[in-house]
Design a protein around this ligand. Structure first.
Ligand code: HEC
Ligand code: HEC
Length: 113
């Protein structure tokens, strides 16, 4: 019994520690650093064809000093809003890929001649 209490205490301390690791997350639903890093590595970076430093100061991921990060936050918000509609329609959710397809700056259609 004593052990269980100790383990529970360690675990909850660990989880709370994780929670407080995220300093400046305003749009994404993640609570832990592990979740947000997985999302960044598997969705955001490959779908735009960039590395972390495209948006981040590598010494402080919470810093908003790069314009690309500010734009990306708005894009994440846009994707979340769009997915409410997609869910209502019972369609697949969209992500950055739908428009970016591995490019940091999606092409606009050529102007009509
Ligand atoms: C296209 C831009 C972009 C790229 C590339 C990107 N991130 Fe992010 N990252 C963001 C944005 C925007 C936020 C804040 C999201 C919010 O406010 O909800 C964020 C938040 C984070 C945070 C939370 C920091 C905190 O405590 O506030 C971590 C950690 C992080 N990113 C890690 C990474 C890693 C690791 C990579 C590379 C694999 C990466 N990011 C690539 C845009 C990006
Ligand atoms: C509905 C289409 C669409 C979706 C979805 C989308 N984007 Fe974009 N994004 C664009 C377009 C179009 C541009 C270029 C804007 C322009 O200059 O016309 C852009 C530009 C950007 C830029 C600025 C790049 C630069 O070179 O200036 C960043 C950063 C970005 N998007 C991040 C994201 C991220 C991260 C996601 C996923 C969370 C995302 N976008 C989802 C359409 C989209």
């Amino acid at each position: 019994m004593k052990h269980i209490i100790i383990i529970t205490a360690i675990l909850s301390g660990f989880l709370m520690g994780q929670k407080s690791q995220l300093k400046n997350v305003k749009v994404l639903p993640f609570k832990t650093k592990r979740e947000i890093v997985t999302f960044m590595k598997t969705i955001v970076a490959p779908e735009l064809g960039v590395k972390c430093n495209f948006c981040h100061n590598m010494n402080d991921y919470s810093s908003d000093e790069k314009d690309n990060k500010i734009v990306a936050r708005e894009m994440m918000d846009m994707v979340q809003q769009s997915n409410k509609t997609m869910n209502e329609l019972n369609f697949h959710e969209i992500s950055c890929w739908v428009c970016h397809q591995g490019n940091k700056h999606p092409e606009h259609p050529p102007k009509e001649k």
